[in-house]
Write a protein that binds this ligand. Structure first.
Ligand code: 13P
Ligand code: SF4
Length: 371
């Protein structure tokens, strides 16, 4: 998705880390209490030290919504998170993303045109009234709105199981919303959750949006219970079973915890699988002396290691890259947006149009009602 971030003025580009830290602190002080700075768990430390609240994508949006006194919500995260915050906050609250190019490559793998096309092609083969669309939180507001309009719900990595249960009722309690789910944009979260709920490979098909009918034939579509959009997170997909094997060989008593955006063959080998908040709790609760191999973004892994001196927390992949889009948010961009606010200028505001916001809110509300 194309977004244009203008170049920063030289004052910020040339400043030393200490100067930036001083300016950010001064700007924050003069904007308080109208300002709320939110930091996603994957943010780098030079930004995270200024966050008034840390959290996962959904948790942060809820914090923004609860802080009605915060006229300015500076979201140090990625674009879909700032959009969700705008959907959930009051009209007088302005949500700001310090770098407009901080997107999410996975979220960008499903756009509204491709999802609408998929829906139309599905309708040629099956009754779409019986298909429940479910979108991962990591998606544009337009996709959340699509789901809202078509009777589906949003899910996060911590409540995907509950949302799929609601949609398909595998336990047979008589509350199913439909017979199939179209799950986007992350095939891995969909697949891992499907297996957790007892479905097998024959119940799932990958929907490739670049191919006619998702690359499937009519029988595939009819047979499948879960249609998994062919999207992935390039950070989490890098973890391989060989990384788990190497960690276990080196640390026989160690524990492996991975995010459900990892591929299923990695998840199968892990001791625990869960969202960023779940991973943080797993490390918190591990005994002193524990060695924990983690499959998620490196800034969170390093921070967990720093904050747990008696435990060893390491990435399962020694060569893992950071999330490059999260990494776009740095102290210079944070300082630039804050100093503009001090001057009364709102730069990089993220807004969702009222109609999209209304339907996206409905899809988010369904998720809340389910979980
Ligand atoms: P959370 O919803 O756990 O914050 O995860 C977001 C994300 O981008 C994971 O890669
Ligand atoms: Fe998107 Fe993956 Fe980065 Fe999360 S880690 S923001 S899913 S690209």
């Amino acid at each position: 998705m194309f977004r244009l971030q203008r170049a920063l003025p030289e004052r910020y580009v040339d400043a030393s880390p200490d100067q930036l830290a001083t300016w950010v602190a001064q700007a924050k002080e003069s904007l308080a209490p109208r300002l709320l700075v939110l930091g996603h768990h994957y943010q780098r430390d030079e930004v995270m030290r200024f966050a008034d609240a840390r959290g996962d994508s959904f948790g942060l949006s809820r914090i923004a919504a609860d802080r009605r006194d915060a006229d300015y919500v500076v979201f140090c995260g990625v674009h879909f998170m700032a959009e969700s915050a705008d959907v959930l906050t009051a009209p007088h609250q302005q949500v700001i993303l310090p770098d407009l190019n901080a997107g999410c490559s996975m979220a960008d793998m499903a756009d509204i045109d491709a999802v609408e096309e998929a829906w139309e092609s599905l309708a040629t083969v099956t009754d779409v009234e019986r298909v429940v669309p479910v979108t991962y939180m990591n998606s544009a507001a337009s996709l959340k709105a699509f789901v809202g309009r078509h009777g589906g719900a949003v899910c996060t990595s911590s409540n995907a199981r509950a949302v799929l249960r609601w949609a398909l009722d595998p336990d047979g309690t008589g509350t199913a919303q439909g017979e199939k789910v179209l799950f986007f944009p992350d095939q891995h979260l969909g697949r891992n959750t499907g297996y957790q709920l007892g479905w097998g490979a024959p119940d799932m098909r990958v929907w490739d949006p670049r191919l006619d009918l998702g690359g499937l034939d009519d029988a595939d579509v009819k047979e499948a219970t879960l249609l998994l959009w062919k999207g992935h997170c390039s950070v989490h997909q890098r973890f391989r079973p060989a990384h788990v094997a190497a960690f276990r060989a080196e640390h026989p008593g160690g524990m492996v915890v991975v995010h459900p955006e990892c591929a299923h063959d990695v998840v199968e080998l892990a001791d625990e699988v869960g969202s960023t908040d779940f991973i943080i709790r797993a490390v918190d609760e591990a005994p002193q002396g524990a060695v924990i191999g983690v499959g998620t973004e490196i800034h969170l892994v390093k921070r967990l290691d720093d904050e747990h001196p008696g435990k060893t927390v390491m990435s399962l992949d020694p060569l893992v890259c950071p999330c490059s889009t999260m990494f776009r948010i740095d102290a210079a961009h944070l300082c630039w947006v804050l100093e503009n606010l001090v001057d009364g200028v709102v730069v990089n505001r993220i807004t969702v149009d009222p109609d999209t916001a209304r339907w996206a809110r409905l899809a988010l509300q369904r998720m809340l009602d389910i979980t």
